[in-house]
Design a protein around this ligand. Structure first.
Ligand code: PMP
Length: 407
């Protein structure tokens, strides 16, 4: 079942080779952020060591090399998403900024009082709050697609919410707290039938699922590099060219202009219109290294292996008395959220950490999901390509220890 040499993979991630609280680290917090392979770390180092320079306007050799690598990364993102042009790829600080950019530019320019935005009950706070902010300012109405008991979206209700008043629909490709993979193509098509534009939050999907923005016909797609073995604080927003051209800029400053006088300023062409100021050059360069790393093993191989880990973990954990898995969608990314009868998730997290096992506990920035299931939080184990079934066995043993200590 293992489509690659797991020991070779693990050797690429030096951080994994350490002890935490006297035990070999088991890192199961990949949905929060993945670890970084040596090639990504080296990309950052070699940029600062070898050719740090400001991009685009420089005529000297270092500036040209920095610009070339920066733009090569944009091309790599374009290919990663199968966008039709690099003009449609805007570098951001991550998914959060991508969503805020669309809410503050598209939302401000094209949405009017009484217009409806539909989001889903599975959203991360970053795909809720930006819409509430613009809705409050402009008198927009937010409708929410309910979540079914198994963690899937209630698509019947979604269809009944759609109307000619719906101007924008935003939902995630995959849920960070439950792992649910949403039927994005179907949901996009339904939104387009009523003329709404669609933003998909790809933060969790991008390292597990092949993305083809043209086949999906999605209007906006946002992701973060740090969820796919790249650095933190960098990501990209895809937008259809016609939409991006019609939208006003987000931030004003250098780089995003064509000509500035005190009377009138004209804006730069895409994608630079949306990239004010000196960008995070080193991390953009390293983002390409992360995409190359995924391509080296193959995203489908990675997904197949992670799915094997998810199945194994689900089988093993559900044998523990009093353990309940939250989120049993038919299609999931490798995220396993669970509660243990009568034991607070924080205690679970602390006792597992004492055994060197890193899981995430709490609401996972999805408080409405916790409210939906009547819980305060879950413990969440999320798997990446360097995890193993032996590590899952340690988690099972760790949870037995939690039960013993908390009994
Ligand atoms: N959406 C989802 C589904 C996420 O999991 C996350 C990160 N936890 C975000 C958005 C926000 O990503 P970032 O913090 O990198 O902007």
């Amino acid at each position: 079942v293992i489509p690659f040499d797991i020991e070779r993979v693990r050797a690429d991630f030096p951080i994994l080779d350490q002890e935490v609280n006297g035990r070999k680290l088991v890192y199961f917090d990949n949905a929060a952020t993945t670890q970084k392979p040596v090639s990504v770390i080296e990309a950052i180092l070699s940029y600062y060591r070898g050719y740090n320079a400001n991009i685009h306007r420089g005529i000297h050799t270092l500036a040209e090399k920095a610009t070339a690598d920066f733009e090569a990364s944009r091309k790599a993102v374009k290919e990663f998403l199968n966008a039709s042009s690099t003009e449609e790829i805007i570098f951001t600080s991550g998914t959060t900024m991508g969503i805020n950019l669309v809410a503050q530019t598209y939302g401000r320019a094209f949405l009017e009082a009484g217009d409806e935005i539909i989001i889903s009950g599975l959203e991360h706070h970053s795909n809720i709050v930006p819409w509430q902010m613009i809705a409050g300012e402009k008198g927009l109405v937010i409708k929410v697609i309910p979540v079914l008991e198994n963690g899937e979206l209630d698509l019947e209700t979604y269809e009944s919410l759609l109307s000619e008043r719906t101007k924008l629909v935003a939902f995630n490709h995959a849920s960070n707290s439950l792992g649910t993979v949403n039927p994005v193509k179907y949901m996009i098509d339904k939104a387009h039938e009523v003329g709404a534009v669609v933003l998909v939050d790809g933060a969790q999907a991008s390292s597990h699922i092949d993305i083809d923005v043209q086949a999906l016909d999605v209007d906006f797609y946002a992701f973060s590099a740090h969820k796919l073995y790249g650095p933190t604080g960098i990501g990209a927003l895809y937008g259809k060219k016609a939409l991006l051209e019609a939208m006003p800029p987000y931030m004003g400053g250098g780089e995003m202009i064509r000509e500035v006088t005190f009377e009138k300023t004209t804006y730069n062409d895409l994608p630079y219109k949306f990239e004010a100021g000196t960008p995070n050059i080193a991390d953009v360069v390293a983002l390409k290294a992360a995409l190359d790393y995924i391509a080296k093993w193959g995203k489908n191989n990675i997904a197949a292996y992670e799915n094997h880990l998810l199945q194994y973990a689900t089988d093993q954990l559900t044998q523990i008395d009093g353990l309940r898995v939250i989120g049993q969608a038919k299609e999931k990314i490798s995220v396993l959220s669970f509660v243990l009868d009568g034991i607070h998730h924080q205690d679970i997290g602390i006792i597992l950490d004492q055994q060197g096992i890193a899981v995430r506990t709490g609401h996972h920035c999805t408080q409405p999901v916790m409210d939906r299931f009547g819980i305060l939080g879950t413990s969440r184990a999320s798997f990446a390509l360097y995890n193993t079934t032996e590590e899952i066995d340690k988690l099972v043993a760790g949870l037995h220890r939690v039960k013993k200590l908390m009994a």
